[in-house]
Design a protein around this ligand. Structure first.
Ligand SMILES: [Ca+2]
Ligand SMILES: [Ca+2]
Length: 151
């Protein structure tokens, strides 16, 4: 029974990570980041000066039929320079996306930084975005045009 419950929970988590009911003509991808060596308070990210375990959560905050559209990358263990190259979600011009970088911890994750990304014609033309916020020195995102139009 316990294992059945755990299995169901895992299935729900996996499903929620990959369910994006929102159709956009571009795809937002999390590439990589550089994290400050310590928290802005001067404290270590993890006990014994262990590096953080960063992952990204992106949440669409406007102009979406489903306000719960949310995506999460994998967790990169013990690194200040995580690399993902993972799809976050579809986006369109005018969308606003809350981007959060977290350090995964056992009890309470540390928020490394968060920012609001507005998808404009320019960001789409640029294709590659370098963002700096909180204790995130640099977060690299890519916006790719989808090869087939969504109908
Ligand atoms: Ca931590
Ligand atoms: Ca760690």
């Amino acid at each position: 029974m316990r294992y059945l419950l755990l299995g169901t929970l895992a299935a729900v988590i996996v499903f929620s990570n990959f369910s994006t009911s929102y159709a956009g003509d571009h795809t937002l991808i999390a590439n990589s980041a550089t994290i400050q060596p310590k928290k802005s308070s001067g404290a270590d990210w993890d006990a014994l000066n262990n590096p953080p375990d960063p992952f990204v959560i992106a949440s669409l905050i406007v102009k979406t039929p489903d306000p719960k559209v949310k995506a999460e990358t994998s967790v990169q263990k013990d690194t200040l320079t995580p690399k993902w190259t993972e799809k976050l979600m579809d986006v369109n011009v005018g969308d606003e996306v809350l981007i959060q970088v977290w350090d995964k911890d056992i009890l309470q994750h540390d928020l490394i930084g968060e920012t609001k990304l507005v998808i404009t014609k320019k960001t789409i033309e640029d294709g590659e975005l370098m963002l700096s916020f909180g204790d995130v020195k640099e977060l690299k995102l890519t916006i790719l045009k989808k090869t087939k139009p969504v109908k």
